[in-house]
Design a binder for this molecule. Sequence first.
Ligand code: PMT
Length: 397
Amino acid sequence: MSSLTNKRIVLGVSGSIAAYKAPDIVRRLQDLGAEVRVILTQGGAQFITELSLQATSKNKVHDNLWDKEAELSMGHIELAKWADALLIAPASANTIANLTAGKACDLLSSVVLASDCPVLIAPAMNQQMYASNGVQDNLATLVQRGIQVIDPAHGAQACGDIGEGRLAESTEIAKQVGSMFLSTKLSGKKVLITLGATIEAIDPVRYLSNHSSGKMGMALADACIEAGAQVTLIIGNISTSISEPSKQIYASSAKQMYQSVMENIKDQDIFIACAAVSDYSVKNPKNHKIKKSNQVLTIELTPTKDILKDVCQLPQKPICIGFAAETQNLLENAQNKLKNKGCDAIILNDVSSADLGFKSDENAVVFIDHKSSIKLAKNSKQKLGRKIIEIINKKFL
Ligand code: PMT
């Protein structure tokens, strides 16, 4: 997994001669695995064409806060929510001043205000401008607010001056964006995650299962890997790709998943039960395909063992986080599961809507523990995964 795998980067390109390097920055971010969308300011458009940026990013370039079509769906808010990080490269003196003043005078400054993700800026301008008190004071203010500044390089400038103000190299810019995602918060911690659907055989060709794709579990695994954890995955039936580096164990039925979890739970610091495990298995699965007939067919089901509940009862239990997939009485059912299973927290998701929960790329959840609940609004499973891991880290580690 590269440092920007599955990361969505909004690249803001503002008015500096160095804007001609923006397509290369897009490429270097893509090399590290990122998907890139570009916002081109009016100033930036004096130095680089929308077409070059569209061709390299393979996405429509956004250049207008007043784009009627985009703003129908609140385009600037959508872009702000979409981004895992905002990178402004090159960042002109004017854009830096807009950010410092908290202005929403164009699409780029509005997206920065509307976003809660990390922001990085790579200033590029004439060396005298860069050294000026105005720019330096503004940069100091932005750093204080948590914006990361990628220092410009020293050397010959387009205007003929020599000094500090050249845009940092594209590879260096991409590297700094990548390293921002690498954290050591869970370093040394072991996390075991179940994901996907279990399959309960009726006969050799038919089975009982559910709609879980494994996407939510994989997003959590990615977030743990990013934070430096050692991740073990117990994988049911999934329709998503699996991240390296993780230990991967396949378990088809609820019984196999139970065994695999119990064999691997020792020494784990955190257990996240994201799999949609069948509550019932077929009592007497047939060895041969059941023949079609006109008779009513009754299949007897028997309850499966509850993996989460049993892990919670281990004498040296890890921090146990469950999920509650609900379609009615959401909060009440989730709170009952939190109590009955004995876990430290339960993550409630409403699976009655087609665009959330099962299979979808997005989800909306409530993180409930014994003291409080935190609502996490609809967002990509990747982003929610990171937020959930951040909450687990803050609350329990
Ligand atoms: O995989 P996706 O398509 O991305 O969809 C994600 C998801 C909707 C599957 C996921 O977010 C989710 O809600 N997973 C839990 C689904 C589920 O089985 O919920 P439940 O309310 O039936 O079970 C409660 C908890 O007990 C879950 O943590 C479950 O893993 C666990 N359980 C259930 C039964 C059982 N026999 N053993 C268990 O450990």
